[in-house]
Design a protein around this ligand. Structure first.
Ligand code: CA
Length: 626
């Protein structure tokens, strides 16, 4: 993947056209003392700033190098912040070459955030249950920010699924108790950084300023309050980050620091999205290049993370948000498209400062080998070793659909779950993979299983009792249904009750139908139990090969054992419990208590009858029939 391969098709770069203002912008706008990495690179942006020389006079802070690039409106200044440097403000003085007055910028090094001596960042692990929502579609907590004058898209139209609907961070904050009531422990919002794009800016994946919360969602201070509020309620926060592409209105795209800041072709070239070219031993350079350098969409320029200034910018931005707001986890968008070496550098830099942080990448790919290439794995002799801790487990997502929608067979029905999990030997730690039944890009689970309530319960049970970090897209709890087209707008409906004058409020028991409450209660019972269950969160998994279409597995540790039995077939299945001797009898278990219903299954007659289309999650007990 040599740059020279595409250099011939690069646009001519005109640095004479400038939109830079004379005021100085520095990213990151402030930083911290006491970071493990003493290096900090300031991206300084102002008209003609490269004609100035910055100086700093603050004990412990030294300028190592002043980097000039092709565009005179930028300086990249390498600082060293020595251990023991005291927090405080200081002036960066910029001296011109001639008689111009010097410019100045007041920079601040803050003390690193701590709370009661313990770092407030907790990490996201298999102990968590993540709730995914799109803030524009969840709840409008502040109608004053619905339309922000000066933004490129000043419309709010709830009848149009491609328009903004007015939802915001305040709306999410207003419903944290609701979210928590379901047994959720972490909230993942789609990106809330500025998307000042002329259309379809609601989804957040076309970022125009990495350091700024979109004013239609709130502001940086409100985001900080949101994280603090979530933490005070025992909820963690996952931030959705995007390194592959930006919005075409991004300020540093409109005035690029260097020619190679983004990948450009002589005419619009879309990514092939065929990520397998990255590991395919038979791949062509051409396929690799278009995959990695093609644009994700027409209004989403593809960033060149091999540019070291850009790579540093993105990595520092990530650290900045974690330290500023106290984020617990990162969900990294389009993980398979950016430069792989850059991504490893990013993971390394984040884990150096925050070893507890949960990180998972979006890997919308086909096949276990393909998916595991992009995460820490046990392969040797591969062209690239990823350092990513976890992935969005699309392979288990596909397996779940097949398990519930296809008839039992050698490669179908519940065999799909069994075979897929048997492949876990390829992962360094499969418990860091994120499980899901659907998301904001996919058809709703309830529709995929043809609105079958029994299958829905099986899917939810699998989600909350298999290995990994369960993640649920908003609406699942009230059986939200629809099929997604390519734009996925059909599955990005407003949460009923989240907006002024909504006739129905599904945030309340009264607003949900009896049918919806049954789903809500099932899910909540299981998820709330899971929160304190060591077996379900961190225990081992043992699964048994399906024989007649059933699926039986155990989650267990030294403290407890949970037995999950499913029968997604239309016939009754009799289990001979002696088959599970090593998990039941050898442990002297004689019964199991259903987590959701409290009903007891006694094992004394060594047989369990599974009703057609049934599921049970049983906490095993030594109590027998007396
Ligand atoms: Ca609003």
């Amino acid at each position: 993947m040599k740059q020279s391969n595409i250099i011939g098709v690069l646009f001519l770069f005109l640095i004479t056209i400038s939109s830079a203002a004379t005021e100085i912008r520095i990213d990151p706008a402030f930083w911290w003392t006491g970071m493990k990495n003493p290096a900090l690179q300031l991206c300084i942006y102002s008209e003609g700033i490269s004609n100035y020389t910055p100086t700093i006079n603050h004990a412990g802070v030294s300028i190592l190098k002043i980097n000039k690039v092709e565009n005179a409106n930028y300086l990249f200044v390498d600082l060293k912040i020595s251990a023991g440097t005291l927090p405080g403000k200081f002036k960066i003085i910029f001296k011109g070459r001639g008689n111009e007055l010097p410019k100045s910028y007041t920079y601040e090094l803050k003390a690193r955030n701590k709370q009661d001596g313990i770092t407030r960042i907790q990490g996201v692990t298999s102990k968590d249950f993540i709730y995914l929502l799109m803030p524009d579609r969840f709840s409008n907590g502040d109608t004053a920010n619905d339309i922000v004058l000066g933004t490129t898209d000043e419309t709010v139209d709830r009848r149009n699924l491609k328009s903004r609907h007015g939802g915001d961070i305040r709306g999410v904050m207003n419903h944290l108790d609701y979210i928590k009531s379901m047994g959720v422990t972490a909230v993942w919002m789609t990106p809330v950084t500025e998307n000042n794009q002329p259309f379809e800016s609601y989804h957040g994946y076309a970022i125009t300023d990495y350091y700024k919360i979109d004013p239609r969602h709130g502001n940086n201070e409100l985001f900080l309050n949101y994280v603090n509020s979530a933490h005070s309620k025992g909820l963690k926060v996952v931030q959705d980050v995007v390194y592959n592409h930006i919005g075409s209105e991004h300020w540093f795209y409109k005035d690029k620091p260097t020619r190679d800041w983004v990948h450009q072709f002589d005419k619009f070239t879309r990514s092939t999205y065929k990520d397998m070219a990255l590991f395919d031993p038979h791949a062509s350079d051409s396929d690799r290049n278009v995959l990695s350098y093609g644009w994700f969409d027409k209004h989403m320029p593809d960033l060149n993370q091999r540019n070291i200034y850009l790579a540093t910018y993105l990595i520092q931005n990530t650290l900045w948000w974690i330290e500023y707001a106290g984020i617990d986890g990162l969900r990294i968008d389009t993980w398979v498209y950016p430069d792989l070496d850059f991504e490893n550098s990013l993971v390394k830099a984040v884990l150096l400062e925050y070893p507890q942080l949960g990180i998972y990448g979006e890997t919308w790919v086909q096949g276990i080998a393909n998916q595991s290439f992009f995460v820490e794995n046990n392969y040797v002799n591969v062209p690239f070793k990823s350092m990513l801790p976890g992935v969005t487990d699309f392979q288990l997502y596909y397996a779940t659909q097949d398990a519930l929608n296809t008839d039992f067979g050698w490669e179908s029905g519940t065999t799909r779950w069994y075979r897929m999990l048997a492949n876990d030997f390829v992962y360094k730690d499969p418990s860091r993979n994120v499980l899901f039944l659907d998301n904001h890009d996919l058809s709703r689970f309830y529709s995929v299983i043809k609105e079958d309530d029994n299958k829905w319960k099986m899917g939810i049970t699998f989600l909350l009792t298999s290995r990994g970090i369960p993640s649920m897209y908003t609406g699942t709890e009230y059986l939200s249904h629809n099929f997604a087209s390519l734009s996925a707008i059909e599955v990005r409906q407003d949460f009923p009750g989240g907006f002024p004058n909504d006739a129905i409020n599904k945030f309340t028991k009264e607003g949900r139908s009896e049918h919806e409450n049954e789903a809500f209660n099932y899910l909540s019972a299981l998820a709330n139990y899971r929160k304190t269950s060591s077996a379900l969160t961190t225990g081992k998994l043992m699964q048994y090969a399906p024989q007649e279409g059933e699926y039986v597995y155990f989650r267990y540790d030294t403290k407890q054992t949970v037995m999950i039995v499913m029968n997604p077939t239309k016939k009754e299945i009799k289990l001979n419990l002696n088959r599970y001797y090593e998990r039941i009898k050898s442990k002297k278990y004689r019964s199991g208590v259903d987590i959701v219903t409290g009903a007891i299954e006694f094992f004394d007659n060594e047989e369990m009858v599974l009703k057609p289309m049934s599921v049970e999650a049983l906490v095993l007990s030594e109590r027998g029939l007396e």
